[in-house]
Design a protein around this ligand. Sequence first.
Ligand code: CDP
Length: 138
Amino acid sequence: MTERIVVVGAALFDGGRLLAARRSAPPDLAGRWELPGGKVEPGERPEGALVRELREELGVDTEPLAPVPGEWALRPPYVLHVWTARLRPGSAAPAPLQDHDALRWLTPAEVWDVDWLDQDVPAVRATLAQWAAEAHGS
Ligand code: CDP
């Protein structure tokens, strides 16, 4: 049996904007934008991995909110899951400390202005659908 390893990406919202992070490595991904995050370690919950990765990569203190329905294939054995999250009160603002060289807070109208990693595109689309549903109170 092939084990699949979950990579959790954060749909981090603040003030009605979604955070996008530009990867600085590896070379084949550098310059492309992603939902920041990383691999869930053995024994770790996805939402725990999200909090840890965002602390390491962006220096922020976050609260995971809810999973975005769906699972997106990455290079085997990895699959991408997304959780919505927000900054905890008193958190530092995100900074590109590790793996990234730029950050942007995107309004709903700006979401497709950045060159998302191919594999993040369907995940961002699902995140947007959930965001729109929440905005309409459903
Ligand atoms: O930090 P860690 O090594 O745990 O993970 P990572 O290198 O940030 O991500 C692991 C893999 O997931 C990489 O190969 C990325 O290409 C992929 N990934 C992705 O496709 N989309 C994301 N939003 C985050 C990671």
